[in-house]
Write a protein that binds this ligand. Sequence first.
Ligand SMILES: [Zn+2]
Length: 114
Amino acid sequence: MHVELSSKIVILHATYDPYRSYPENMAYSEDDGNIYLLPTFHPYVWVIKKNDFSKKQYIQAASTIRMLAHELGHQTGTLDDGIGQMNNTKKWENPIIIGIEGYVRIKYKPYKLY
Ligand SMILES: [Zn+2]
């Protein structure tokens, strides 16, 4: 994979912004170029374990690191489009997180919306 480094500055907001609400509180903002992550928010996502050829599906609370990997992908301009809205998850979130947590996300939509 070719990764192009950018000199663009990303400001990571790890605190709650009262002017935003879910889901904007865990997102890359096209308005200001910042990433907003609510550190106490961990939506349930569908995952499979690396190298588990049975492809058993698990529901897992998304870590802040997983969400940061996802939002960094958006900072590159990658969108939640494509088949199943999985383009950003496949291109950025999963390659970053698989070496850390060992699970890849298989669906864009969370298990349960709050
Ligand atoms: Zn996204």
